[in-house]
Design a protein around this ligand. Structure first.
Ligand code: SF4
Ligand code: SF4
Length: 123
């Protein structure tokens, strides 16, 4: 069982600030980059992010670069399927630390979820 899982009430990766992702241009097509830049709103937050619910307003139609999925990570970042889990956890750590801080409730919540899933998968 994969130990990575997106947790509710986080949304850290919906902060699209270029300071957090200086190399994003390397991974997106020109059209995707244009879309990405057009989605950056106040404080770097995506214009489609609902700050009250911390959910995406266009979730079922979100762009490819918003999807944390093995096949997409393979396409975009050349991450092998067997590396996806660890890579996704590291991405979340970086993003949560950059947006909320490494001692934030969001980081605690995410790490607890990974710990629980590790315990379940090894039992
Ligand atoms: S940073 Fe990770 S846990 Fe947080 S919303 Fe994004 S994918 Fe989910
Ligand atoms: S489109 Fe949705 S998933 Fe993608 S960054 Fe915006 S709010 Fe987040």
């Amino acid at each position: 069982m994969a130990t990575w899982q997106c947790v509710k009430c986080c949304g850290a990766c919906c902060n699209l600030s270029l300071e957090e992702r200086p190399d994003i241009c390397d991974y997106l097509s020109p059209k995707e980059l244009e879309l990405y830049l057009s989605m950056i709103g106040e404080g770097g937050w995506c214009i489609n992010f609902d700050h009250n619910t911390r959910e995406c307003n266009i979730y079922s139609n979100r762009p490819r670069f918003c999807c944390v999925e093995p096949g997409i990570f393979q396409e975009m970042y050349s991450i092998k399927l067997e590396e996806f889990n660890d890579f996704a956890i590291e991405c979340c750590h970086q993003q949560i630390e950059g947006v909320y801080g490494w001692q934030s409730m969001e980081m605690l919540h995410f790490d607890n979820n990974v710990r629980i899933r590790k315990a379940i998968s090894s039992s």
